[in-house]
Write a protein that binds this ligand. Structure first.
Ligand code: GLU
Length: 429
């Protein structure tokens, strides 16, 4: 039987439960989404025709607070995928200790095929259909793959129109001019970068002699590359959906970011002032990039990239999961056996939702923070939780992923038990 993404997520939860003395009911409760909404969004195309797009919002668990999580626009968006991503959000928020449960949403659409006005109609139409399902104290969406601050701005505006009041805290990742937080746009990449800095301390990695390959050059991939490059790490391979480039001497990341912005493609270039010239580099497929002999591999694209099919061929010493779910649970076992250390997604990419929380706090208090404050608070949380999970994985002798799940489920379970589960009635405790 084919295992779904959600089965895979459950397997990780069940493994983690073995390392806690929490009641089994905790796993049962967190094992099912609280509510799932499926909608069909009508969109009037620019040529006058009418199309419908399927959208979802799943609130997975709200034990620790209102549910939180992004909205993605991608043709592969399905209920199974959104449910798994919502599950991961529950654990991600618990890992970093922010007072939220998990949610996720998405629309099955190729955003690149829509005009900007069609995109706006789709985004506003989606909010009209989910307005009663979300809210600043209920469920707070944010950007994810192929959604951005502009889309979040339209959505906040639409929600405020429906409620007939200004409600900035209903959504995060908005433009700064609409109540967004400074430092939100690079927060996912920056959070991963803080994790890599902690990892480097644990293993005495010297940036200049540490090679890095990054799969995916979207928002998170670009920022993690930029920050590592600034510290002197050698970024030897980068890819986007078209393919990868590889150069053992490393790339000048600002030049790559600039040409990616201008041409939408990853290209091997070096820019000096206004002039960008091509440099020698090998071209690889995305699959080949994953198998490079590098120190740190950063999957920052889609889920299910490292599976039992290719896990045995992975040569990196460390993997830092910037994407959600890039490694399957079957692949975990192979990587563990080969002593490849994985910094799991629910920790490594939690910087985005952490700064979303900062944005929500600022919206609710009406007081806005300086960039340095955002960076400092983010670093404190990421470094603190990295160290806790690192220490826990040594203590309970597991991989870091299991330790991260144990850390998170303990926080969730503690809140459940504090609320009262009534399990003592059945067990006459
Ligand atoms: N979409 C991001 C994630 O997967 C951010 C979610 C948020 O900011 O709520 O973590």
């Amino acid at each position: 039987m084919k295992t779904t993404l959600f089965d895979d997520a459950m397997r990780r939860l069940n493994t983690a439960m073995k390392y806690t003395d929490l009641d089994d009911e905790v796993a049962l409760r967190v094992g099912t989404p609280k509510s799932c909404l499926e909608v069909s969004v009508p969109v009037r195309r620019d040529d006058g025709s009418l199309d419908f797009f399927r959208g979802y919002r799943v609130r997975h668990d709200d034990t620790r607070g209102p549910t939180k999580g992004g909205l993605r626009y991608h043709p592969s968006v399905s209920l199974d995928e959104v449910k798994s991503l919502a599950f991961w959000m529950t654990f991600k928020c618990a890992v970093v200790g922010i007072p939220y449960g998990g949610a996720k949403g998405g629309i099955s659409v190729d955003a690149k095929s829509l005009s900007p006005m069609e995109l706006e109609r789709l985004s506003r139409g989606f909010i009209r259909l989910v307005a009663d399902f979300i809210g600043p104290d209920v469920d707070i969406p944010a950007p994810d793959m192929y959604t951005n601050e502009r889309i979040m701005g339209w959505m906040m505006d639409e929600y405020s129109t429906i409620r007939r009041q200004h409600v900035p805290a209903v959504i995060t990742g908005k433009p700064v001019s609409m109540g967004g937080s400074v430092g939100r746009s690079d927060a996912t990449g920056r959070g991963a970068y803080y994790c890599i800095r902690e990892l480097a301390k644990k293993h005495d990695l010297d940036p200049a002699s540490t090679t890095v390959a990054i799969q995916g050059f979207g928002n998170a991939g670009q920022h993690v590359a930029r920050l590592l490059h600034k510290d002197g790490y050698r970024i030897v391979a980068i890819s986007d959906s078209q393919g990868a480039i590889y150069r053992p001497e490393g790339f000048d990341i600002p030049s790559l970011i600039r040409t990616k912005e201008e041409t939408r493609h990853v290209q091997a270039v070096y820019c000096d002032g206004a002039l960008c010239t091509s440099i020698d580099a090998d071209t690889l497929t995305n699959e080949e990039l994953l198998e490079l002999d590098v120190d740190i591999l950063v999957p920052a694209a889609l889920e299910n990239q490292i599976t039992e099919e290719n896990a045995e061929r992975i040569k990196a010493k460390y993997i830092v999961e910037v994407a959600n779910g890039p490694i399957t649970s079957a692949a975990d076992e192979i990587l563990n056996a080969n002593e490849i250390e994985v910094v799991p997604d629910i920790l490594a990419n939690a910087g985005g939702v952490t700064v979303s929380y900062f944005e929500w706090l600022q919206n609710r208090s009406g007081e806005y923070w300086e960039l340095q404050t955002v960076h400092k608070k983010l670093q404190t949380i990421m470094s603190r939780e990295f160290k806790r999970i690192y220490d826990l994985h040594l203590e309970i002798k597991t991989d870091m992923r299991t330790a991260a799940y144990v850390h998170a489920i303990k926080r969730i379970g503690e809140t459940m038990e504090a609320k009262g589960t009534c399990s003592y009635f059945s067990k006459s405790k």
